[in-house]
Design a protein around this ligand. Structure first.
Ligand code: ADP
Length: 663
């Protein structure tokens, strides 16, 4: 009896032991003859009334087989076996009633009053004890050498059984895995054709795909039975190939179709080699088959797609090409060959360069190379030489086609002949330019005509106004009330007419102004305007200049027109009874000056912002006016390379601005 080494303790942990027990998957399994026999043999050889094959779990001892106990498990704390597993080899308790460790064990102190125990370890190859093969007696006894040897041997037998079961389980699992792997790779199976007796033996899947009966697997079948499943269109080729392989002994490989029982088609790739005996007679023909239906289907789809694309490319009026990622052109559609009059071979790769107009080649190569380097779309307008030597303008484009990783697979490009379009555009531009210059000449003529007419009209108008004044002064008293009223109306109307003529003259003047800009002090200019226009002064108006206004690049007369018109409008368009309040201020930034004229007037709806700058456009008939002022402002601003605009809201005043270049 070996004794536990109290100082060192076992070389394993309980966790490792329990894990090992789990791996054998023995706990809870039904009784099995092999283990029952071993237990019985142990009882017989050791002449013991009780024997057991038991395994120690975390909380109990579980009997895989037992004799004389009638139990399948007990709590672990009554298990003598718990002590046994801490020993090496064999644990023997000659008389438990005399052993302080077991005296009080209920199985010793009470029923069935066990006295003797001998247990051999059930130990894994790496030394982990799972339980014991033990024999027990109701009497104290001595255990002989032979009995010890037999018990240890039987314990090893138990372990052999356990290892065997585990190996079997693992084999089944790896076979399952192998089958799965083979199935997913399309493996159909193997065949072996015994040519002497004409029997083909094959795997179940092979038999099934050839539409054979399950018994063919074991009994075999003739080659002609198998050949029946081959698609009629492939039959001749396959049989010829078999014959050849049989004759020459060369490797056989054929891809062919099998017609299934339900009429569907499957493709297989079959490979084999004919073997001969010493006399050179063909005796066996073994081989393997793989199901390639999916591959064939996608090849077919890819072919159809390529055919469709090719058809599309050929039926287009445009020139089309494809290029490899490095830019070598590997396809031109027929339009290209028609245009150049050359065969594909002489223009492929970079051969197309010879057709580009010498003046366009450099820019074109730069763009194409840049696109190739950066995988970005290419586009260029250039000339291509036709077979008759005539250059025609083309719009060339190419797009890279990339895979999911962003790598270019190929370039697809088009070359569209835009020669006619380009020529008609050029013609159109010429016509437009001619017409514009003719129009400008007539406008200038009209402007000078209207200027001279307006100018000439002022003299007779002045004399009409003068005589009306005289008539009123000298003969007013002699005229009755109606005549006086008519006279007043003549005076007002001619006054308004004079105003209109003056405005038209200013507009024409502004239109005819030269474009020379010079620094203008806006502060001085605004103050001079205020001084020279009496209606902009006085107690009834309030015009404030915020801070000192800057210098701008402008035309003095034009800017005066702008500012005086804006100020005039600002004090004019106010609601009755409201005192006009106007602020003039400047905003500076990025070399520009925004000059603001802000009023507290009636305001302007946003949809009118643009229209009010049109000549003669007026929104309001309650105030006098000609509708020319803002047209003058706009024209003058344009002349100075400046812009004008406003921000306003009805009833909330208006803010007009002029955007000018800072001096
Ligand atoms: P006029 O002042 O002679 O009517 P303008 O060309 O100067 O002509 O202005 C066109 C129209 O724009 C005006 O009739 C008026 O309806 C509107 N307008 C111009 N300035 C203002 C303003 N500051 N506030 C409100 N309405 C304005």
């Amino acid at each position: 009896m070996s004794v536990e080494d109290k100082t060192l303790g076992p070389a394993w942990t309980e966790e490792e032991r329990l894990n090992a027990l789990d791996r054998y998957q023995i706990l809870g399994t039904p009784q099995e003859k092999e283990f029952e026999d071993i237990a019985r043999m142990a009882a017989q050889i050791c002449r013991a009334p009780v024997s057991a094959i038991n395994f120690l779990t975390a909380d109990k001892q579980w009997f895989k087989a037992e004799v004389g106990l009638g139990l399948r498990e007990t709590p672990r704390d009554v298990a003598i076996c718990s002590h046994a597993i801490l020993q090496k080899d064999l644990f023997i308790v000659p008389d438990a009633s005399q052993d302080p460790r077991f005296q009080n064990n209920p199985l010793v102190a009470g029923d069935p009053h066990l006295r003797f125990y001998a247990g051999a370890l059930l130990e894994t190859p790496d030394g982990l004890p799972l339980g014991t093969m033990c024999v027990l007696d109701y009497e104290p006894r001595v255990f002989t050498e032979e009995e010890s040897f037999a018990l240890k041997m039987l314990a090893r037998q138990v372990m052999t059984q356990l290892d065997l079961r585990r190996a079997l389980r693992e084999k089944e699992r790896s076979e399952e895995r192998l089958t799965l792997a083979l199935e997913s790779s399309g493996f159909v199976g193997t065949w072996d054709w015994d040519m002497t007796n004409d029997r083909v033996f094959a795997d179940p899947r092979f038999v099934a795909i050839f539409g054979g009966e399950p018994e063919w697997v074991t009994s075999g079948s003739t080659i002609s039975e198998y050949i029946k499943a081959i698609h009629p269109d492939d039959l001749e080729r396959v049989t010829a190939s078999i014959k050849l392989a049989r004759k020459t002994g060369e490797f056989f490989q054929e891809e062919y179709r099998l017609v299934q029982k339900d009429g569907s088609i499957r493709w297989i790739d079959a490979r084999g080699r004919c073997q001969r005996d010493e006399a050179g007679r063909a005796i066996r023909f073994p081989g393997v088959a793989v199901d390639i239906t999916d591959r064939k289907r996608s090849e077919q789809q890819a072919r159809e797609l390529a055919d469709r694309l090719h058809f599309m490319a050929e039926s287009m009026p445009q020139k089309i090409f494809t290029a490899r990622p490095d830019g070598d052109v590997d396809y031109f559609n027929s339009r290209w060959m028609e245009f150049t009059g050359l065969p594909f071979e002489s223009i492929r790769d970079w051969g197309w360069k010879q057709f580009i107009h010498p003046d366009d080649i450099e820019e074109n190569m730069r763009r194409w190379k840049e696109a190739l380097e950066n995988n970005t779309p290419y586009e260029n307008e250039h000339r291509f030489r036709r077979h008759d030597g005539v250059y025609r303008w083309h719009l060339s484009r190419a797009q890279p086609m990339c895979n999911e990783e962003g790598e270019v697979l190929m370039w697809i490009g088009t070359n569209t002949d835009i020669d006619d379009q380009r020529r008609s555009n050029e013609n159109l531009e010429k016509i437009v330019a001619e017409r514009t210059s003719r129009l400008q000449a007539s406008i200038a003529e009209l402007e000078s005509f209207s200027y001279s007419i307006s100018h000439d009209m002022r003299a007779p108008l002045r004399s009409m106004m003068g005589f009306a004044e005289l008539l009123k002064a000298d003969y007013g008293g002699q005229l009755d009330e109606t005549a006086n009223h008519y006279l007043d109306r003549i005076r007002t109307a001619s006054g308004r007419m004079d105003e209109l003529i003056q405005d038209v003259l200013s507009f024409s003047q502004v239109s005819r102004l030269g474009l020379t800009l010079e620094p203008v002090n806006v502060d001085r200019l605004v103050r001079e305007i205020l001084e020279s226009y009496p209606h902009l002064q006085g107690p009834d108006v309030e015009i404030v200049i915020e801070e000192e206004l800057p210098c701008v690049m402008a035309h003095e007369a034009a800017l005066t027109q702008c500012v005086s018109n804006l100020l005039g409008n600002a004090i004019k368009f106010v609601a009755p009874g409201i005192k006009p309040r106007v602020t003039v201020r400047a905003e500076k930034g990025k070399g520009r000056v925004k000059l603001w004229v802000e009023d507290n007037g009636i305001g302007i709806a946003s949809h009118e912002y643009e229209k009010i700058f049109d000549i003669f456009h007026r929104l309001d008939r309650q105030h006098d006016g000609t509708g020319i002022g803002l047209a003058i402002v706009k024209k003058a601003a344009e002349k100075m390379g400046s812009t004008v605009g406003l921000e306003s809201e009805v009833g909330r005043g208006s803010s007009f601005w002029l955007d000018l270049q800072q001096a």
